[in-house]
Ligand binder design. Structure first.
Ligand SMILES: [Zn+2]
Length: 266
């Protein structure tokens, strides 16, 4: 806790006590960001927890950009059926994810939070989140007519931001492929350098991630297109680049939420 405030500096809801959460809500903190990650293979150079760890880091940055928002416990396991061809991946079904997200929304709205923002940090969670959004919104509104649920669901848009930033910063935009690539490897190097096997970094399937590749990966599994589990190329990874990428993607996501909220209030 800082000396000048009676609330903790951490934006993580779970780091607060109940009186602190109550005080935050009373003072006008009405938003909660919910990161939705995954525990799945990320090539021979990155651990299974990449999307879960990146989710928390991204969630904190999105909450900072939004202001007046906390970060719920990251949903660490996501919809990773398309990664089950690789050892260690743990996957939940879309209906399981829907039940978890529903219960998060109900819990948070019951305490008085009125803006719930879902932030997927794993490709397989975007579509289930988009599909469940009306149901989540309905559940929230049934408890509080002011409550609003949003989700960032533009997977290709996010990979586009990675590509643009990596090209701008280090001229290696071509190494962004969308999975365990230079972007994700750099972000992990920034957050958890001890978990990155830098010497095992090798190219995977090169080329831009487009909708036909996304469809193929979800239908036939990632292993049908890449033997090592990588889309793109992690080589050239850099910790500073990772920090820049996290900040840039958080800004883009928060902007979409802020515009959404603005539309609602007009
Ligand atoms: Zn990932």
């Amino acid at each position: 806790m800082s000396e000048t405030s009676d609330l903790p500096e951490s934006l993580l809801l779970e780091h607060h006590t109940w009186p602190e959460v109550e005080l935050s809500i009373t003072r006008g903190t009405n938003g909660v960001v919910v990161p939705v990650g995954a525990i799945e293979q990320h090539g021979p150079h990155l651990p299974l927890c990449v999307d879960a760890e990146l989710g928390t880091a991204l969630g904190i940055r999105v909450a900072r950009n939004l202001g007046d928002a906390l970060v719920a416990p990251t949903i660490r396991v996501g919809c990773s059926e398309h990664h089950m061809g690789f050892a260690g991946t743990v996957s939940i079904r879309p209906e399981t994810l829907r039940a978890i997200c529903h219960d998060y929304v109900v819990s948070l709205v019951r305490h008085g939070f009125t803006r719930i923002y879902f932030v997927p940090s794993h490709g397989g969670n975007f579509k289930p989140l988009a599909e469940m959004l009306p149901e989540l919104q309905e559940a929230a509104a049934a408890l509080d007519p002011k409550a609003r649920v949003s989700a960032y669901t533009d997977l290709l848009g996010l990979v586009g931001v990675w590509k643009w930033v990596v090209e701008e910063e280090v001229g290696l935009g071509a190494n962004v492929g969308g999975h365990a690539d230079i972007a994700e490897a750099s972000e992990m190097l920034f957050l958890h350098p001890n978990l990155v096997r830098v010497g095992r970094a090798e190219p995977g399937l090169k080329g831009d991630l487009d909708q036909s590749m996304v469809d193929r990966v979800f239908e036939r599994g990632l292993r049908s297109v890449t033997a090592n589990g990588i889309l793109g190329d992690p080589r050239g990874m850099d910790a500073d680049l990772g920090g820049i990428l996290l900040d840039a993607t958080a800004r883009v996501i928060a902007k979409v939420f802020i515009e959404d909220d603005g539309d609602e209030e007009i």
